[in-house]
Ligand binder design. Sequence first.
Ligand SMILES: Nc1ncnc2c1ncn2[C@@H]1O[C@H](COP(=O)(O)OP(=O)(O)OP(=O)(O)O)[C@@H](O)[C@H]1O
Ligand SMILES: [Mg+2]
Length: 307
Amino acid sequence: MSIVEKAAEKLKSLQPEPPAPRLEEPEVAVLPRVEGPTVERLQERIRTVDEPAGKAGQPWHVDQHALQRAGLLPVEDEAGGRLADEVRRAKRPLLDNLGRADMNGPARAERIMVTSSVPGEGKTFTAVNLALSLAREPDFEVLLIDADIPKSDITRVLGLEGKPGLMELLADERLRPANVVVQTDVPNLLVLPAGERHPLAAELFGGQRMEYALEALGVRDRRRLLVFDSSPLLATPESQVLASRMGQIVMVVAAGCTRHHEVNSALNSLTASQYIGLLLNMSRLPAIENHHYSHYSQPSHYLFQDR
Ligand SMILES: Nc1ncnc2c1ncn2[C@@H]1O[C@H](COP(=O)(O)OP(=O)(O)OP(=O)(O)O)[C@@H](O)[C@H]1O
Ligand SMILES: [Mg+2]
């Protein structure tokens, strides 16, 4: 054996044995597609939820006095009765559109979004009263969804702050609607809280998972209506994205307040495929007309004249 061959043999004997091949690769954690510090926080909170919200024990109590104190529900007097009638009138065309789904009615008519051009026009008030009124219909179940992520008034007034909601459902692919939908003690009324604020709310509303969530939230053996409270169309990008996924839009207009060009811009941000109902709110007309409802197939028309 030459010197070179001897050196090679020596070197070989000093090499450590190669490790035995593994039979199984270690499991790789599946990460959700959306990443970032906020999402990590959301996931941390989701891990703390063992039971579907509202299913663990009693249904969630809807505190009607808290809603009244917050100005979101009228007291049960004569004016409250008149408002209930106005809401009844306002819901009728929305219900009629559900029956027209196969004909020339809007697609996805069960997705109803309450919105407005600018803040403070009565969106949350209308969404709450519309949802309660629809829940009294014998053939439907209503899921009231707090999609006003920046304000989350419904979530706060119902005492659902800190619970996972729409944002968590969209940010974590492992989460199912049953983990976040809250069963309430109002017959046929469920609530989906907003969840934690998220800087990418518009992107989440526009993502594929939003469509999955909407399908999953709506599918039931009973007919389920989705009523969305939202932020103003001209104030946040996510509302316009959300509107594009809806079948019906209730556009609240504060009488004598909202400017002509604001309503016009908001209507122009919507697509022509949706049914759009304009609801004239807080008008000084006689009480019976205070919640005046009008509907438009083309968003280029509007209800009132420039001031
Ligand atoms: N038809 C109505 N009758 C009596 N009060 C109303 C009516 N509509 C709205 N309000 C009152 O007006 C105020 C604003 O209403 P609401 O919070 O529903 O507006 P919003 O459009 O949701 O506002 P934001 O853009 O801040 O979310 C509330 O104090 C509410 O009580
Ligand atoms: Mg609101």
